[in-house]
Design a binder for this molecule. Structure first.
Ligand code: UDP
Length: 348
């Protein structure tokens, strides 16, 4: 496959183009290439400024619709970002989470295998499962994957995503690449419970919401779990490295992460309180102290955690020449500034 960024005959289908990652990817494709985009989503408010772009065609639909799946698979490159990925739903709505993260993407993979499209499927770093505090680097083709017991429905999302990876990898004739995001952060990570819907979103949206509401940040089980946070702009750069390399990326799974940005959740909370105080020009003492909550009380029965998620990024560097570069303080400031401007603020 030979993909030239100035080739205006190429159309890339982006499923989930109106979401947090999709909106950034769409902007980058339209500014860095001459490609066209066929965008599918249920909600387009993050991409209002692109709706009349003559290089785009948008469709309000999801992958549950078979005719939409066939249509998407007509394009030579298909990026699938669509998924239910609200953590509290993994416990409360496991069957729906599994349908969204296995049945629908598997149908898309079948259609791409038939049409010959290159499927770039967004999986999750959660497929590395119930890691312990002393887990080392998570390596794409080596790490052991361990999940909790069947009653721990926290793992409904991860097992569905992993099954999709295995399904994709097993399909004859499919050109595929799987990517595993490690805690992406950035502008438009904007789910505020009570405003945009219900449920408990990812930690950054939760902490940002609490800060703008003047409420204490909640540290689940003491906030001792560790995550490595990755700028969504680095993730977009990764996608361009993938497009450029294409042939070497076929039949490969890649971590997209930044191991230099590892923090415990308690450290993240402290950093976000400090940055928020600076943005608002107030003393950090005016920000409520974080509070410890139990995971099961907070998320519901069946919650378990990964204690550490540290990505190996050697493969992306070796095969694609890609390395994430945005430091944690920069990405947190960027995200939080955007969040405060977007939602306003209840404390001054
Ligand atoms: N977490 C927390 N407070 C919150 C939200 C999340 O302490 O308000 C913790 C959660 O228990 C986990 C980590 O932050 O240890 C990251 O959670 P997230 O929901 O962002 O997704 P994950 O990385 O587990 O997929």
């Amino acid at each position: 496959m030979n993909l030239q960024f100035n080739d205006s005959s190429i159309t890339v289908a982006v499923v989930g183009c109106g979401g947090f990652i999709g909106c950034h990817l769409l902007d980058a494709i339209l500014t860095r290439t001459k490609w066209r985009v066929f965008g599918v989503d249920l909600d387009f408010y993050r991409i209002q400024h692109r709706l009349n772009d003559e290089r785009c065609e948008f469709m309000v639909a999801d992958l549950a619709d078979k005719s939409v799946v066939e249509r998407i698979a007509k394009y030579p490159i298909v990026v699938n970002l669509a998924a239910i990925c609200v953590p509290s739903r993994y416990m409360a709505e496991a069957p729906e989470v599994i349908r969204s993260n296995y049945d629908h993407p598997a149908a898309l993979a079948d259609a791409c295998a038939k049409s010959g499209s290159w499927l770039i499927h967004f999986s999750t770093s959660e497929i590395y499962g119930r890691t312990s505090a002393d887990s080392g680097l998570l390596v794409e083709d080596e790490s052991e994957l361990t999940f909790g017991p069947v009653m721990a429905s926290r793992w409904s999302y991860a097992t569905a995503k992993l099954l999709t990876e295995r399904y994709i990898a097993g399909l004859q004739n499919l050109k595929w690449t799987v990517v595993r995001p490690f805690n992406f952060v950035g502008p438009f990570m904007d789910f505020m419970p009570g405003v945009d819907g219900s449920g408990i979103p990812r930690v950054l949206a939760n902490f940002s919401s609490a800060l703008v509401r003047g409420e204490p940040l909640k540290l689940v089980n003491g906030g001792v779990a560790k995550r490595s946070f990755t700028s969504v702009f680095d993730a977009v750069d990764f996608m361009f490295a993938l497009f450029e390399a294409c042939d070497v990326a076929f039949s490969q799974a890649f971590n997209i992460g930044n191991p230099d940005n590892e923090l415990t959740i308690a450290e993240l909370a402290n950093k976000m309180c400090k940055i928020f105080a600076e943005i608002k020009g107030v003393s950090v003492e005016t920000i409520p102290e974080p509070e410890v909550v139990s995971g099961v009380e907070y998320y519901g029965e069946g919650y378990e955690d990964s204690m550490r998620r540290l990505p190996s990024v050697e493969k992306a560097e070796r095969l694609l020449g890609f390395k994430a570069k945005t430091p944690i303080d920069v990405v947190l400031r960027e995200s939080l500034t955007w969040f405060v401007n977007h939602y306003g603020c209840e404390i001054n």
